[in-house]
Design a protein around this ligand. Structure first.
Ligand code: PHB
Length: 388
């Protein structure tokens, strides 16, 4: 072979190597966060993002062998802006996957767009039952909970503690309604009932008139769904009205997660149920908490765990296809079979793509939601209406 031919042959071989390397391996995987970065749920959005990024950092900044590039939209927990907001990520930024959101009303609008455009959606919080019920789809996964789950567990515990007549109070939207529905199912199964359901519009925090009504009704207990800034204000107002001395306050753990420093004395002793707690007997939780504390100089809460687990779930899918998101069926099949090694304890997904998981009873002590016991083991939302 002459010099010239050898050079040409080498050149061809080099070109062949370049073309063999798949295009997707050269590009970054685009992850779009649609989360609340303003409003009453701001802290929740930040914790989810922190948790997600911590897991990716632990994988050397990669998922499925590809580096990760982040895009962000503040959804303001505003359902009327949800379609425009998710389209910024899908159409403008061309993301491979949307991770969002916190608010159930927003997620329902997102799920519709995700379904219509076949965009992969991983939900790191919002518990709206519809998205894993009638709206369920192969491309929609939830790494968090259904609104019904913690509510059901709390109702069961309240009934077992002899509470027969309970008043509920919440924001009037899907999350509050479904949390109360779960609570009622659990309470009725253990001998009690809900005698009055009080609501106010999201994200209103003018609780005074409703607290007066609770005092007049004199129930055996109160069940409240609030979260973030609204939960801080509600728990403080409940104590300030003198109600905590006479009427025990219960809630899903959102009432006291990520809020205890701000709630201070007003939250001490509260019992709540959730799929996470401080002091869990879970080995993975110990390493997670150390890593989170060192990365962000604060203790993680349930939202941080859900962000971390959203990344773990996605990694299982992307690793199965070596980062090639065009192999959607294989990616989804791997996610469906996932066994997530979560700080909350290992969990799997139901047929409707949502965690089947233990619900813990917790008690507030200082700035911790201390693990008390397993309230319900392996709880699955019945997910009515999901056909896939
Ligand atoms: C919801 O809207 O689904 C939601 C919001 C905040 C929580 C839990 C559920 O802490």
């Amino acid at each position: 072979m002459t010099q010239r031919y050898r050079a040409a042959a080498l050149g061809l071989a080099a070109a062949a190597v370049l073309t063999i390397a798949p295009v997707h391996a050269q590009n970054k995987v685009k992850v779009g966060f649609m989360l609340p970065y303003t409003g009453t749920y701001t802290a929740l959005g930040n914790a989810i993002e922190n948790g997600f990024k911590l897991y990716v950092q632990e994988q050397g900044g990669k998922l499925g062998g590809r580096e990760v590039e982040y895009y962000k939209v503040d959804d303001e927990s505003e359902p009327s802006k949800a379609v425009d907001n998710i389209n910024k990520l899908i159409k403008r930024d061309n993301v491979d996957v949307v991770v969002g959101t916190v608010h159930s009303g927003v997620v329902m609008a997102m799920a519709k767009v995700a379904k219509d455009t076949n965009t992969l959606l991983v939900i790191p919080n919002a518990g709206a039952r519809a998205v894993t019920g009638p709206m369920c789809a192969p491309n929609i996964f939830r790494a968090s909970f259904s609104n019904w789950q913690p509510g059901y567990a709390m109702g069961k515990v309240a009934g077992e503690q002899g509470k027969k007549k309970v008043v509920t109070i919440t924001w009037k939207y899907a999350a509050g309604d479904e949390s109360v529905e779960g609570f009622k199912d659990g309470l009725k199964a253990s001998g009690g009932d809900v005698v009055k359901e009080l609501t106010l519009p999201f994200p209103n925090v003018e609780f005074q008139a409703l607290l007066t009504e609770i005092a007049a009704t004199k129930p055996d207990a109160v069940y409240a769904f609030f979260a973030g800034g609204g939960a801080v204000k509600f728990v403080k107002d409940y104590a300030a009205a003198g109600l905590s001395k006479t009427i025990p306050l219960y809630g899903p753990g959102f009432l006291t997660d990520g809020t205890l420093e701000a709630q201070g004395d007003s939250a001490q002793g509260l019992l709540t149920t959730l799929h996470y707690a401080d002091g869990l007997p879970v080995a993975k939780d110990k390493t997670f908490r150390t890593a989170y504390q060192s990365a962000y100089k604060m203790a993680p809460d349930v939202y941080a765990v859900q962000g971390y687990d959203s990344a773990q779930l996605l990694a299982i899918g992307l690793n199965a296809v070596k980062g090639d998101v065009s192999k959607r069926n294989e990616l989804v099949a791997a996610m469906e079979k996932a066994k997530i090694d979560s700080p909350r304890g290992t969990f799997t997904l139901s047929k409707s793509h949502e965690p089947v998981q233990d619900m813990y009873l917790r008690k507030v002590e200082g700035t911790q939601n201390k693990y008390v016991s397993v309230a319900v083991k392996n709880l699955a939302d019945p997910s009515p209406g999901c056909k896939m």
